[in-house]
Write a protein that binds this ligand. Structure first.
Ligand code: 8IG
Length: 277
């Protein structure tokens, strides 16, 4: 298939898992790697990890794979990369996140996760850039996601599909991560719809209901990963303190800058974690 003009995920009657299986078959064909063991979605600030975890076998444009759209944001690379790890395993690196705020529906948001599962991946590492509510977190701090609060009022599950989310962010994988860096703190990730940042009042609400991290991506993806049977590790790079927690207004430029500065450190950390899995 060459030009993909319409997305089959949007067509009525399509089974999104069929599209994910087709996408996985295309990835196997284009990369020459039959099966992947682990998948990583690299959010803002984390991209450099792809160079550190192993030998890149193949890089393909996400747009060549069925169900994937074009990336909406500069700094979000629209590629899928197959990497051979030193331990003989294969990692699929997804640099093509579709955000909920793009308005293409949840199927498109979680298609990369479902595709990763269809390639064989049993571990899903979800990373993002996010706002911090704990005041002692400095911009540039990586933290583990311990749980989430989904404030999108949406779900990737369709119909009467009941999925248990206890230990969604695997305590086993968090232990492994802390084995690499014992100073890693953790927190509850609140997914807002975005793309606007929160008001200070919304941040206070998030804090009072038990949230520590505010973001726009990971909760819906984690739910889909669990539905697909994967074990999930979630990590946020705190690029800014949440609105009202930091006294100055939030800016996308500040977020990008914090990501750039932290990138070498957190990418090396993530590479070590992947090696230890
Ligand atoms: I980077 O402060 C980043 N992403 N919702 N709030 C939300 N998402 C974010 C933020 C933030 N910073």
């Amino acid at each position: 298939m060459s030009e993909i003009t319409s997305n089959p995920l949007d067509a009525p009657g399509t089974d999104p898992f069929d599209v994910a299986r087709q996408a996985a078959a295309q990835i196997a064909e284009k990369t020459g790697v039959e099966r992947h063991d682990i998948a990583l979605t690299l959010g803002s600030g984390w991209a450099r990890a792809a160079e550190l975890i192993g030998e890149t076998v193949a890089t393909i444009a996400a747009t060549e794979v069925v169900g994937f759209g074009k990336p909406a944001l500069v700094g979000h690379v629209g590629t899928l990369r197959s990497i051979a790890l030193p331990n003989g395993k294969h990692a699929l690196v997804i640099g093509a996140r579709t955000h909920y705020y793009e308005g293409h529906g949840v199927r498109r948001v979680v298609h990369s996760v479902r595709t990763a599962a269809a390639t064989g991946a049993q571990t899903m590492i979800l990373t993002n850039g996010a706002g911090g509510i704990k005041e002692h977190w400095k911009p540039g701090t990586p933290v583990l996601i311990s749980d989430h609060i989904n404030l999108t009022a949406d779900s990737p599950l369709e119909g009467a599909t009941f999925i248990d989310l206890t230990d969604l962010y695997s305590s086993r994988l968090r232990e492994i991560a802390r084995g690499i860096d014992p100073s890693l703190d953790e927190g509850v990730y609140c997914q807002f719809r975005g793309p606007h940042y929160e008001t200070p009042a919304e941040v206070q609400m998030a804090k009072s209901i038990g949230g520590h991290i505010v973001g726009m991506s990971t909760a819906l993806e984690a739910i889909a990963a669990r539905q697909a049977g994967m074990e999930v590790l979630g990590m946020s790079l705190i690029t800014n303190l949440a609105a009202g927690i930091q006294k100055t207004p939030l800016s996308h430029a500040e977020v990008i800058e914090a990501g750039r500065t932290a990138e070498p450190v957190i990418s090396a950390l993530l590479a070590k974690i992947v090696e230890a899995l």
